[in-house]
Design a binder for this molecule. Structure first.
Ligand code: MIC
Ligand code: SF4
Length: 642
């Protein structure tokens, strides 16, 4: 039987396991990336492993999430990252050089290679034909040390593209349309491959927008073929030698095929507070807009920015709208400036922000109370913007500009006149903001600079055969990592200080949770389906672990989060009968017995104080069981587990 693109790359990197969907496979990882908000933990974990130098082909540390440096914490973390990277053979992309996924696509991504990154949007690399996964920091640390990355072998979905996008309809609308069709759970357990004749009409940055938002579908990753468009992009970046062609075999089999006709798509918009709450832009034309933000790893390429500049040229934004534009990288910003497009953006009244994540992760630019904010980003989870009652909608750059000009949500296809942008044949290449590591022979004496904000790593407890714990929190479906461990300007500087961060855990759901969890000693959380969707931040597991959480019982889990829970030593189990969810109340004392044998059988019995008994499923591999019994991945690794 023929192979899909992903199956070919997996087969070429397979260290152990068989490639049947549902079974665990171990993969060799060629490249890793970290960003600052998850990176401090990842490098602290790497340091505890005692491996002097990374064993990958390329590892790189980006600083893009928190670049504000309000107070010493952030500056100290950047200095730690720079010094720890230099010492251990990791490249360092300085603050201001750009958003990790955008820069990686431009300068480092290679078709056919495997990449894991401590950021859930690492699959952006699929736009250039990489097999790229978002992962928790510990998994990235292990991969940097030469260890395998484990995934559950996914099913294969194909999106078959026909036709060509009409002017003002974009790759972002393709992503939003797929979210409308599949929902935020629709890609769980699958790799999404993009194919069909329509693929050749999409440039690499457009493909990157689409693979980026595969994360919002819950997909394991997303990937495009590597073709002449890929070759041209790499050549324009001065690295044609990195090109290899990649396509699926004609007889490759897919578990599901979804057809999208690009020519018939309309501009789409995701309404508050979920990326799959999608309708056509034209249906919301009465809605007044307060704020528009353009940028993020989804829509900050030169192509996006040139279209934005062309639409803004000679116009002034509506007086009641505040518009921010964050170019994705220093390369994008410099080229915008060199060709004069930056002046068109500035002259319109827009505010140009640093090349960083910025408003996407709540680092400034929070909307006014109840304000309507249109963003070209990928997530509009409750509270993520920093304004709890802010109404955040997700749109394409074209819809964003059209709306910034009129002051109302506006379908950009109603704009008269063509949108012509010409892409340069060559990108301006200047990697001066990427610092190489110190040579191996000097590394031993290279200092690692730590500030007082770096606190000790929390210790998890190994499991014994029985656990009695309080059900300290019961939450509903689609709980995101932004609910569990919010980000934003208040909290982000403390990503290496778990005790401080713990004060904000579940703040949007129940601000009393941290104190109650601490008082309870051992605790259990009960959740609905797709628990832990969103970010790869392992803080959403480490902080609950620090607060005493030993087990999460949910209807289902998101992929990266369940791995993070296991790595942190928290037992993740699902209801055998989802109706039992309704029978549980916050405050109940739950006992899980015969944990060791139950884990082996994949089924555990739970009783509450009143005599009510129910069963939970724990589908864990031998490796995962050993990690839990050791009290988390770090303990397991120290005991020689990798
Ligand atoms: C996000 O978009 O939520 C983030 C911030 O990039 C996270 C990583 C983090 O929490 O640091 C992600 O997507 O993994
Ligand atoms: Fe940064 Fe936003 Fe992309 Fe996350 S989704 S990496 S915060 S730009």
């Amino acid at each position: 039987m023929g192979k899909t693109i992903a199956q070919k790359i997996i087969a070429a990197h397979l260290l152990s396991g068989d490639m049947t969907p549902g079974s665990e496979v171990a993969l060799r990882i060629d490249q890793t990336l970290t960003q600052d908000a998850t990176g401090t933990m990842a490098y602290l974990e790497f340091e505890t492993m005692g491996i002097p130098r990374v064993k990958t082909e390329l590892s790189i540390a980006y600083v893009d999430h928190n670049t504000l440096q309000c107070g010493f914490e952030n500056g100290d973390d950047h200095r730690y990252l720079q010094s720890v990277a230099a010492k251990h053979g990791v490249y360092f992309s300085r603050p201001g050089n750009g958003i990790c996924h955008q820069v990686h696509l431009e300068r480092f991504g290679k078709p056919g290679k495997t990449l894991i990154g401590s950021d859930s949007h690492t699959p952006t690399g699929g736009g250039i034909g990489m097999l790229a996964f978002g992962a928790g920091g510990m998994d990235v640390a292990v991969a940097m040390g030469g260890g395998a990355y484990y995934i559950t072998m996914p099913k294969m979905f194909k999106v078959n593209l026909t036709g060509k996008l009409r002017p003002y309809v974009t790759a972002k609308d393709v992503s939003l349309e797929l979210l409308r069709i599949l929902s935020v759970k629709g890609g769980v357990g699958a790799i999404i491959e993009w194919g069909g004749e329509g693929v050749s009409t999409l440039s690499v940055p457009e493909r990157g927008t689409i693979t980026n938002m595969g994360t919002e579908l819950g997909a394991t990753t997303s990937i495009f073929p590597s073709d002449e468009i890929t070759r041209a992009f790499l050549a324009a970046q001065g690295r044609e030698e990195d090109y290899v062609p990649l396509s699926s075999d004609p007889d490759a089999e897919y578990d599901r095929i979804i057809d999208i006709d690009l020519s018939s798509l309309k501009p789409m918009i995701a309404c508050p507070h979920s990326p799959d709450n999608v309708v056509a832009v034209e249906s919301l034309k009465e809605v007044k807009v307060d704020q528009v933000c353009i940028g993020s790893c989804t829509n900050s390429s030169l192509y996006d920015m040139l279209k934005v500049a062309a639409m803004l040229k000679g116009k002034t934004i509506h007086p009641s709208v505040s518009l921010s534009v964050s170019p994705g990288s220093r390369q994008v910003l410099t080229m915008l400036s060199d060709c004069g497009a930056l002046s068109d953006i500035l002259a319109s009244g827009a505010r140009v922000l640093e090349c960083a994540c910025g408003p996407c992760i709540g680092m400034g630019f929070s909307p006014n109370s109840g304000g309507v904010s249109l963003r070209t980003f990928n997530r509009n989870f409750l509270g993520r913007s920093g304004t709890k009652d802010g109404q955040v909608y997700l749109v394409s750059p074209e819809t964003a500009v059209a709306s910034a000009l009129t002051g109302y949500i506006t379908d950009p296809t109603t704009i008269v006149g063509p949108l012509n942008v010409t892409m340069p044949e060559k990108f301006l290449v200047n990697d001066s903001a990427v610092l190489p590591p110190v040579p191996a022979e000097e590394a031993e004496n290279a200092p690692v600079l730590r500030g007082p904000n770096i606190k000790e790593f929390p210790k998890s407890k190994p499991f014994t055969d029985s656990l009695t714990a309080e059900l300290v929190l019961k939450v509903g479906d689609n709980i995101t990592t932004d609910h569990i461990m919010p980000a934003g300007a208040k909290v982000l500087p403390f990503r290496s200080n778990i005790p401080y961060m713990s004060k904000f855990c579940f703040e949007v759901c129940d601000p009393t949770f941290p104190d109650r969890a601490k008082a309870a000693g051992d605790g259990i959380i009960v959740g609905g389906s797709n628990y832990g969707q969103g970010s790869s931040r392992e803080h959403a597991a480490l902080v609950p672990m620090y607060l005493g959480i030993r087990c999460v019982i949910a209807k289902s889990f998101a992929r990266i989060h369940i791995a993070n829970l296991i790595n942190a030593g928290i037992l993740p189990v699902t209801f055998e009968n989802p109706d039992d969810y309704d029978k549980l109340s916050q405050g109940a004392k739950l006992t899980i017995s015969d944990i060791v044998s139950g884990m082996e059988q994949g089924r555990l019995t739970v009783t509450d104080g009143t005599g009510f008994q129910f069963h939970v499923v724990c589908n864990l591999t031998q490796r995962q069981r050993s990690i839990l019994l050791a009290g988390g991945l770090l303990n397991y690794t120290k005991e020689g587990g990798i």
